[in-house]
Design a protein around this ligand. Sequence first.
Ligand code: CA2
Length: 154
Amino acid sequence: MAKKAKIFPIYVLNGPNLNLLGEREPEIYGRTTLADIGRMAAACAEDHGLNVEFRQSNHEGALVDWLQEARSGACGVVLNAGALTHTSVALYDACKALTVPLIEVHLSNPHAREPFRHHSFISPAAKGVICGLGVQGYLLAIDALAALLKESTK
Ligand code: CA2
């Protein structure tokens, strides 16, 4: 019998303070919690026959470790690096080293906010960037990765 190829999960990685979603600043980030987003992401991936590995850390090094892990353990990455987006060369290097497609996501639109949020160290390493669409952005990113994966396995 022919062996079925293993499909790795989509890593959905979240950076500092995103664990506070739904608790503070609902006017900017909405009322949905990160756990809610995790459940919605899992359901969206399942519709595509995929799984997600959904994680959050307040620590830059943990995110670097997970991005390195994704090189051999993920079929794609959705990254909301939080404020590290605007500061982290280490995350830029880890994103550049990815061997799978990366979609950068932000709940808010950083370009419509303070000037220090206008630059992203992630964007140059990303296949695409989605911002300002709230939780929907995560789901659109999963849809996009599913389409890319389908295209690459044709
Ligand atoms: O809009 C986004 O998704 C951001 O990545 C969120 C980051 C911010 O630094 C980026 O510029 C844009 C902040 C995440 C902190 O989230 C909180 C949620 C609730 C209460 C306080 C912070």
